[in-house]
Design a protein around this ligand. Structure first.
Ligand SMILES: *[C@@H]1O[C@H](CO)[C@@H](O)[C@H](O)[C@H]1NC(C)=O
Ligand SMILES: *[C@@H]1O[C@H](CO)[C@@H](O)[C@H](O)[C@H]1NC(C)=O
Ligand SMILES: *[C@@H]1O[C@H](CO)[C@@H](O)[C@H](O)[C@H]1NC(C)=O
Ligand SMILES: *[C@@H]1O[C@H](CO)[C@@H](O)[C@H](O)[C@H]1NC(C)=O
Ligand SMILES: *[C@@H]1O[C@H](CO)[C@@H](O)[C@H](O)[C@H]1NC(C)=O
Ligand SMILES: *[C@@H]1O[C@H](CO)[C@@H](O)[C@H](O)[C@H]1NC(C)=O
Ligand SMILES: *[C@@H]1O[C@H](CO)[C@@H](O)[C@H](O)[C@H]1NC(C)=O
Ligand SMILES: *[C@@H]1O[C@H](CO)[C@@H](O)[C@H](O)[C@H]1NC(C)=O
Ligand SMILES: *[C@@H]1O[C@H](CO)[C@@H](O)[C@H](O)[C@H]1NC(C)=O
Length: 831
């Protein structure tokens, strides 16, 4: 019999409780276990901000995408590469260690080597994000401290094995390992599959051990090991499970302060992995490495401070933990990219931009613009060398594109918020134009499909005829909506860069293509047959213009039959969301959408309906903006009400507290930005204003050193007074319900006076956020189009007079006029 051992895991990173109480240290509010159960899929281990080395215990539970979960799985090893919050297959989890206090009867072969049989339960109560971390990391290196129970008779001979495996068992042929007999150093490499993408990638490692004398070492293959063999090259074999293989080392004693195992990782070579490990953790000084990691996080979290009067610790923890998760991914692989030679930074694990363009990367323009600048440079450099901006990228491979070419939005958001340091914006422009103009052969992995139809018909047809490029021929509705907004963003960049008037016109024109898939007479019935009472929804359209019909509730949160809303052949015409929810995805022209839905009060009714009826799924990113779109209809108070409805009810600071996959920190950024009272409409220089969840929030711009403050007067920690009555900006009355990025860079002060009732603040048309078209049909306008702010002389498309759904025709008829009007817009600086 093999003695059962339980593993005590001390995850980790942060000596939270050991920090001096009462300091203004934000790190003590970070709980990395939030989202470690219930499908949050977060990486709950040790890492630096954007670190490549991410150390954690791996388990065998069904949602081990981030390595470890608090769902009582069994520990299969302790590995170093991970992603955070992702869907798809479990990601990375490479080069796990596994420790034994000794082999039964001191026989090497009675230690269990294969992952499938060696796994053991962990003691739930030992999992804690508190201190005495037994894993800590630098940029490319993990340091594990394994302490073994003492047998009392001094005969123990601890063994640590290193496994040539990953979480999802994707290892391909010819993995290798060599063990140095004298030093015990293990080096090697193996090829793996990316978890949501195409191709393969190779990882390298270099492991060293210290604190006890070496007894022997060698390799294992399958269930057998030998100290006589020091190198191994192993096949994947044929059984769908890569053959167990790796190295082991045994020690002559069990030191009370544990054995230290250091593993450097690289995507270039074992030599580079060794060099990183030696440079980053030369002396195996656990406490020093740990302290350095903490300091790095403390520094990253320091720009945002709160006045927390009256607010419980749980909300503060929710806030800072959300912020923390925005900086776990993407990962900084600068110097680790074997694919091309370049002096530019290289970031990976953009997983996926479809998730992170909405608020995570916009949040980093505020909190960490220097890092975001490097990420944008990396995206542009990826375009430069691989020919396309990624939409998703992991482990040096192209990830799958979910809808539009959303790097376009990321770039434009960065540009209009003033990021510049070293970014080649002309090349960035070239890259987004290529997305809009050139169809890739394989648009599952990059760019956009159906561009011939897009240009000639003005929409992506359902069952398109496309012989130039190939991808899953679905999502015609959501792709039309996303491409439209991508083009809106490109038009802005063209306008800002200057000298590109015809491009501005072209892309603004195409940004209106969403109108072509609006079917004015489409009704929607609940699944019990009751008419929702709403008419007019986006629908797919064939090439001949005939409508395709998809139940507007398909793929919504209340659709019981959720099969087929992703990337499989025959899936829906919307991606991971319903036509109801996609029905609000016109971020550049909310005014036109409001008109189309029959004016602001019908728009509000519809928006309320998707939230009240649980149609929207707050656990997935398309829902984010719908929480705040009330601002555009002149009811900013309702955005505040909605955000308090969702936070903390659906986003709570507990292990199971996230409503869906964190998606590399996308959910974290939603919490952070909603709670700080400013939510972005990404790709535009717009933040929608709500009262922060705290009395005040101060944000020091890392670029300018100036501090922006958003402060509530009459702050009510019970959140009954969440209605802005009036506002001032730097002491002057501020009636607009949105603000731009200069708030942060120039360190302005926004003071919100709160009350218990909705007020008229931020409700007038002149106070609404910018929109391509004019706002119409608002109270007091008697149906006559108003000139919105900035648009003084007939800027914007022709008023939509008729809700016939014949927008294709409408556009063609008014083409000349509209072009003229759009030029007027540009002249008036719409953007
Ligand atoms: C963990 O292992 C135990 C014993 O082998 C098994 O009963 C249990 O189902 C495993 N847990 C999971 C999540 O696989
Ligand atoms: C202690 O020593 C005895 C005899 O030498 C051995 O049988 C036993 O397995 C050891 N205990 C442990 C936990 O290794
Ligand atoms: C693995 O190594 C064998 C023996 O050297 C070689 O024949 C084979 O092509 C290799 N496989 C791959 C995928 O490189
Ligand atoms: C992950 O493992 C599952 C189960 O074996 C398999 O179906 C899937 O294709 C794997 N994914 C990758 C990316 O290897
Ligand atoms: C990324 O890594 C490179 C190389 O180690 C380093 O110079 C750079 O500062 C890092 N960037 C960020 C944002 O951490
Ligand atoms: C259908 O469901 C709606 C919403 O739950 C409810 O209001 C309505 O009464 C139901 N209708 C029938 C016929 O059951
Ligand atoms: C248009 O194409 C669709 C799909 O092929 C077809 O079902 C429909 O009958 C066509 N409509 C007309 C008017 O030809
Ligand atoms: C929406 O979901 C919540 C919680 O899941 C539930 O309490 C509520 O009754 C649902 N509302 C409707 C209209 O189905
Ligand atoms: C606020 O609204 C409540 C009812 O919702 C009303 O009783 C109260 O008088 C209002 N307060 C003010 C100051 O208007």
């Amino acid at each position: 019999m093999i003695p059962k051992m339980q593993i005590l895991i001390f995850l980790t990173i942060l000596s939270i409780r050991t920090l001096a109480q009462g300091t203004s240290d934000n790190l003590k509010y970070v709980d990395p276990l939030i989202g470690s159960a219930n499908g949050g899929n977060v990486f709950p281990g040790a890492t630096l901000p954007y670190g490549m080395a991410k150390a954690v215990a791996d388990v065998d539970s069904g949602s081990r995408q981030g390595g470890f979960t608090t769902e009582n799985g069994n520990v299969t090893g302790f590995s170093t590469l991970h992603d955070s919050g992702t869907g798809g297959s479990p990601s990375l989890g490479n080069f796990a260690f596994f420790p034994y206090a000794s082999c039964p009867g001191d026989e090497l072969n009675r230690c269990i080597f294969p992952k499938i049989s060696r796994k053991i339960p962990y003691r739930a109560e030992s999992v804690s994000a508190i201190p005495a971390a037994e894993m800590t990391t630098t940029q490319h290196t993990s340091l594990f401290r394994f302490r073994f129970p003492s047998s009392g008779n001094g005969t123990q001979s601890p063994l640590i094995l290193l496994d040539l495996t990953d979480l999802n068992d994707s290892r391909q042929d010819n993995a290798t390992i060599s063990v140095d007999a004298n030093t015990g150093r293990m080096t090697g490499s193996a090829r793996f599959l990316p978890s949501f993408g195409s191709g393969t990638w190779v990882g390298y490692f270099c492991a060293d051990f210290t604190n006890a004398n070496i007894r022997d070492n060698g390799i294992f293959a399958n269930s057998r090991a030998s100290a006589d063999v020091k190198t191994l090259t192993i096949s994947r074999s044929i059984n769908g499970y890569p053959l167990p293989g790796g190295g082991f080392i045994r020690f002559t004693s069990n030191p009370p302060d544990g054995i230290l195992a250091r593993i450097g990782v690289s995507l270039v070579s074992s030599e580079q992995a060794c060099a990183s490990a030696e440079a980053e953790i030369p002396g195996f000084d656990f406490d020093e490495v740990h302290q350095t990691a903490e300091n790095a996080w403390r520094e990253k979290l320091s720009p945002i401070t709160l006045s927390t009067a009256g607010v419980g610790e749980s909300l503060i923890t929710n806030f800072y933990s959300g912020i923390y998760r925005t900086m776990v991914n993407p990962q900084n692989y600068t110097g680790e990219n074997p694919l091309w030679q370049s002096d530019e930074p290289y970031f990976d694990s953009f997983y996926c931009l479809w998730d992170s363009f909405r608020s995570q990367l916009p949040f980093l323009t505020i909190l960490d613009p220097t890092s975001l600048t490097e990420m944008i440079r990396s995206l542009i450099d990826t375009y430069d060398h691989e020919g396309w901006l990624p939409d998703c990228r992991m482990s040096l491979c192209k990830g799958f594109t979910q809808g539009g070419s959303n790097a376009d939005i990321v770039l434009v958001d960065g540009y209009i918020k003033g990021l510049s340091d070293g970014i080649n914006w002309q090349k960035g422009y070239e890259a987004v134009v290529k997305d809009a103009e050139v169809e890739p052969y394989d648009w599952s992995n990059e760019g956009r499909g159906g561009l011939d139809s897009w240009k000639s018909l003005g929409y992506i047809p359902t069952e398109d005829f496309d012989y130039k490029g190939f991808g899953t021929m679905t999502r015609s509705i959501s792709r039309t909506l996303e491409y439209s907004y991508n083009d809106f963003c490109i038009a802005q960049l063209a306008n800002e860069l200057g000298g590109k008037e015809s491009d501005v016109e072209k892309y603004l024109e195409r940004s209106n293509n969403w109108r072509n898939v609006f079917k004015a007479d489409q009704k929607s019935f609940l699944f019990n047959g009751t008419d929702t009472g709403f008419t007019g929804f986006f629908q797919g359209r064939y090439q001949n213009g005939t409508w395709h019909t998809q139940d507007p509730l398909r793929c919504s949160n209340i659709d019981q039959n959720q099969a087929g809303c992703s990337l499989t052949r025959n899936d829906a015409e919307t991606f991971e969301s319903s036509t109801w929810e996609y029905g609000f995805f016109v971020p550049g022209d909310q005014a036109a959408l409001i008109s189309l839905y029959g004016g602001p009060s019908s728009f509000i009714k519809r928006l309320n309906y998707i939230h009240d009826m649980n149609i929207t799924y707050i656990g997935n990113e398309p829902s984010f903006l719908t929480v705040f779109q009330y601002h555009y209809a002149g009811r900013p108070a309702l955005s505040a009400v909605r955000s308090h409805f969702y936070i903390p009810r659906y986003f709570s600071p507990t292990n199971a507290g996230l409503p869906g996959n964190d998606d590399s920190g996308a959910m974290g950024s939603f919490v952070a930005m909603a709670m700080m009272g400013l939510f972005p409409n990404p790709g535009q220089n717009v933040y929608l204003i709500m009262p922060p969840f705290f009395e005040s929030v101060s944000i020091k711009s890392p670029l300018t050193g100036k501090t922006a403050v958003i402060r509530n007067i009459n702050f009510d920690p019970n959140y009954e007074a969440i209605y802005i009555q009036s506002a001032t900006l730097n002491g002057e009355p501020y009636p607009k319900n949105w603000i731009d990025h200069s708030f942060f860079t120039e360190g302005k002060e926004l003071v919100l006076t709160l009350g218990r009732n909705e007020s008229s603040w931020g409700t007038r048309v002149v106070d609404l956020p910018p929109s391509l078209s004019e706002y119409m049909g608002f109270p007091g306008t008697n149906g006559t189009p108003l000139s919105p702010h900035k648009l003084s002389s007939g800027c914007g498309p022709e008023p939509v007079t008729e809700r016939s759904g014949q927008y294709l025709e409408l556009m063609t008829n008014t083409f000349t006029t509209r072009l003229h009007r759009l030029s007027t817009c540009i002249a008036h600086g719409l953007f």
